[in-house]
Write a protein that binds this ligand. Structure first.
Ligand SMILES: [Fe+2]
Length: 202
């Protein structure tokens, strides 16, 4: 079901040596992600959205230009974001596939430049939100940032990589040093094979 909380794809302590502690994953997955699941299920219950696929709920409840999004959107989008986020990291240091390296170099000039622009987007997001590598409708790779739970589905884009820059994602391990968290995420945590598997055809 759309709001069933998925297990982490690795143990809670599996990322600890790479800079994301067991305590962070216990809070982030078992409490925060679970709250989005529980609240989303409650808010969808008895509405036209009950039983609908999660991505359909996110697209259908997003309100372009609204000052504040609805509770159902916020919880459904954060549910979707976190489902992707765990899959986008790996405990084992995954090398970047050559096709992804080529596409990033074509789009941004180099992999280092991509990382630099992605980090700047995450560090520059005022308040809670996400940094993204997306493919737009034409397959062009872009870096974006979004506030709160808003995600690439809202804009018809494909999410290739997302980094959670809510404080709950980094405060235990990095305190207020969001840029250091972003650097560690890109250099030590990303599962580049998962990112490559999301690439649309060039
Ligand atoms: Fe989060």
């Amino acid at each position: 079901m759309s709001f069933d909380l998925p297990d982490l794809p690795y143990a809670h302590d599996a990322l600890a040596e790479r800079g994301m502690s067991k305590e962070t994953l216990e809070y982030h997955h078992d409490l925060h992600h679970k709250a989005y699941a529980d609240n989303g299920a409650k808010l969808a219950s008895g509405t036209e959205w009950e039983g609908k696929p999660l991505d359909e709920i996110v697209r259908g409840t997003y309100q372009d230009g609204a000052v504040a999004q609805s509770g159902l959107f916020n919880n459904a989008s954060q549910m979707w974001n976190h489902n992707q986020f765990w899959e986008m990291m790996s405990p084992s240091g995954v090398a970047m596939p050559s096709e992804l390296e080529r596409r990033l170099t074509d789009a941004f000039g180099s992999v280092d430049e991509f990382k630099s622009q992605f980090s700047a987007a995450g560090a520059g997001q005022f308040g809670s939100g996400w940094a993204w590598l997306v493919a737009d409708g034409g397959g062009t790779l872009k870096i974006t940032k979004t506030e709160n739970g808003v995600n690439p589905l809202c804009f018809g884009q494909t999410a290739l990589l997302g980094c959670d820059v809510w404080e709950h994602s980094y405060y235990i391990d990095f305190r207020n040093k969001r840029p250091a968290y972003l650097t560690n995420f890109l250099d030590r945590l990303v599962n580049w094979e998962n990112v490559a598997s999301r690439l649309p055809p060039a």
